[in-house]
Design a protein around this ligand. Structure first.
Ligand code: G3P
Ligand code: CA
Length: 236
């Protein structure tokens, strides 16, 4: 059975990237949680998917242009359902501290120094200070950020995110020094997984919600499945 990774917590039924969503994922017995990280104008790392707060809160504006105080004042739950009113955008530190020791942290850095100068070092410093380096894996579509993270902290596990049908995903991931490839699930076949495993790489696919796709990925032999509905794997 692949590792079950709650995508943005349990985002199918709960407001993505909020504490109530992550707590639901923990209740469901996930092996790991996936979540997204941006940085505020005053330098705090926060857990939110989009560069702007508009879609998932009652506010408006870019995360990078707002202070933590401004972001924490927003309601990040009501958009999903009124019963989630009052949920806040978590800080990375808050989420890390609330995650049970047995649960792995699949942290997606939405952008590195290209938009957030120095964020790679800040991230490593926070993970080290919280003592969670060994149960975190940092992934990103920003492969330059992954290279930088590897330079700063060679022991930090990395995952190479990709949404397209790359010519040589294994070669790219090895060149960066990743432990895993994170492909969009439609590109994943048993041969894809076999080639990754032969090179010593794990395959964690995203975002798999459909029951047939979940079965396809299990049959392909992936190591981890990111899903908005962890209950579909835990009950299956
Ligand atoms: O990390 C896998 C997946 O979350 C990447 O896409 O847009 O859901 O962050 P997105
Ligand atoms: Ca993500």
């Amino acid at each position: 059975m692949p590792q079950v990774i709650g995508h943005r917590g349990a985002a199918g039924t709960h407001p993505e990237n909020t504490m109530v969503s992550f707590r639901r994922a923990f209740e469901l017995g996930v092996d790991g949680i996936e979540f997204d990280v941006h940085r505020t104008a005053d330098g705090h790392l926060v857990v939110i998917h989009d560069p702007a707060v508009d879609r998932t809160t009652d506010g408006s504006g870019l995360v990078m242009a707002m202070t933590l105080e401004q972001i924490r004042a927003l309601d990040a739950g009501s958009w999903k359902d009124p019963r989630f009113a009052g949920e806040r955008v978590p800080t990375l530190q808050e989420l890390v501290r609330a995650t049970p020791p047995g649960v792995r942290l699949y942290l997606e850095l939405k952008a590195g120094s290209v938009h957030y100068p120095g964020i790679e070092q800040e991230l490593v410093d926070l993970l080290k200070a919280e003592g969670v380096l060994d149960r975190t894996q940092v992934s990103s579509f920003d492969h330059r950020a992954l290279v930088k993270l590897k330079e700063i902290c060679p022991e930090l596990p990395l995952g190479m995110l990709t949404s397209s049908n790359l010519v040589d995903p294994v070669g790219m991931a090895k060149a960066i020094g990743c432990e895993a490839i994170h492909p969009a699930w439609p590109w994943v076949t048993p041969e894809y997984v076999e080639a990754a495993h032969a090179a010593g790489l794990k395959v964690n696919c995203w975002t798999v919600n459909d029951p047939l796709a979940l079965a396809l990925m299990q049959n392909a032999g992936v190591d981890g499945i990111m899903t908005d509905y962890p209950e579909r794997l835990r009950n299956g």
